[in-house]
Design a protein around this ligand. Sequence first.
Ligand code: AHR
Length: 632
Amino acid sequence: YTIAADKVKAHIQPTMYGIFFEDINLAADGGVYAELVKNRSFEFNMPLMGWKEQKKDGGDGRTEVINRAVERPENAHFIKSYITSDAGFYGFSNEGFRGMGVKEGEEYSFSVMAKQDGDTNVKLNIELHGDNGDIIGKAELTPTDKEWNRYSVKFKSSATTPKAQLYVWMSGKGVIDLDMISMFPEHTWKNRPGGLRADLVQRLADLKPGFLRFPGGCIVEGRELNNRYQWKKTIGPVDKRENIINRWNTEFKHRPTPDYYQTFGLGFMEYFMTAEDIGASPLPILNCGMACEFNTGELVPLDKLDPYVQDALDLIEFANGDASTKWGKLRTDLGHPAPFNLKMIGVGNEQWGPQYIDRWKIFTKAIKTKYPDIKIVSALGPSPDGKEFDLLNKTFRGLGADILDEHYYAPAKWFRDNARRYDNYDRKGPKIFAGEYAAQSKSTVNPDNKNNWECALSEAAFMTGLERNADVVNMASYAPLFAHVEGWQWTPNLIWFDNLKSYATPNYYVQQLFSLNKGTDVVPLTLNNEAVAGQNDSYATASLDKNTNELVIKFVNTSTSAQNVSFKITGSKGYQKQATVTTIKADDKDAENSLTAPTAVSPVESKINISGNTLKMAVEPYSFKIVRLKNK
Ligand code: AHR
């Protein structure tokens, strides 16, 4: 192989490898959003889902679900409990999201909106129950007011379990109203109260992502327009964020998740702040007046599109405007005076057809007129090579679109076969955002799909092609991102978790190695003057890292045989004698990671000696290697 280290072919954008976030597979509620109580505000279609009435020590009572939709349409339900016995306790337990994950010695914060209904003095006793029903944490509080007020108390757990339950006991005859019954760990990401699970956000930070795309995915569209994602309803106090059913709630009959709702506790402010925390450029995707085509396919008439377009304009102002603007002031009031530096926005998720183009034109005109520097991400539909895809591709090129969002969920072989996909792309047209992709071991949306090494290795092969074409491919993200091992709808996914732990898949490690080793500029790596994309079942790319003064080689061997490879490097003054090699390999292409063997397939570092400007390396079967050579 030959590397021309002095012939820069393309600049690699800082955004090159990023993250796709969608609340699918309990990614947000039940996942990264650290709320432990399910259905905290009784807004599920069955308002007491997740809750169970309890009595002990002779306690008794009854409860009504009150609907105050006229007064509080965004948070209609609360419960009114009548405690009818002087003795004992009456109350409710909450099952959490497949249980509640709590840790020994850690502090938890319980909070509730409450009001005593009349001259009563109902007292609340909070208990955390462990695996055998043992009490592993407790606290008490007495709401004092006859008006709605928020009360909170902290307590510690004396045990670690992923399956705790919360008991809220009431005692003392009387009537009390309760809403927003909530419990959070004190330790969250950056210790923000009511924040995000620190271990899961750390997984994202460890990717050093160039961008964070949010909030989806199909949930942007909604099954019907009423249940589309509306960012304005996801900011400000959490009790004012209107809950809706999650679009993935009833998606798959064989894996139903009837308890899947969106509280929007992870809302747009949190998305922007997380992006900022982890150094990622924010990329919000907005509904373009179309519901999901796979469901109702509802459309907003073109002459009624204004509120949708206004949402996009207001979002840009919310992200970038100063405190003299309406939405910039709101961001400032929410505690973030500095702008979020939004540079791009997505119009529609997986949309197609003339209906999409018509709406896209209206959005684009409005956004570009007011914010000419904002880049618009346009969807190319769900399939890589379908009719709609090709048509849209042509149309958008004609319309001078900025960035095209391609999605590919395809067999592992497709990824290997498509490593040259962008080699001959039009360099003058729109840039490419590989916005959702993942190799499917069985078939798309098959529940038996695995995050196995063959898929991850094939994605690595494909990604050498993305990187080699970094002048046209500016962004890429694997999808979906997160999945709860007991509450998923879709597989494969990048990160799997339970209520306490998580593991990174082989696919995650591939993404991470590309991201941490992307370099700044592509240089040619060739075999007989050709890009390496399948010869000897190998795939390779090379880049310079001008920040660290290194040459970075990525080499993917998808064959069953080991290979002895040699790289002749020209155009360099020479390298330090030792280079660092990072390898991921597995003997078995079906190898996977799991909660019990989280790093079975993961990167290992070693050193290698270089002689002059030649690097010789033994490459194991089924392996992916990255070599970093430091210039002298
Ligand atoms: O990633 C899962 C789904 O796949 C996304 O919601 C959608 O955009 C795509 O079809």
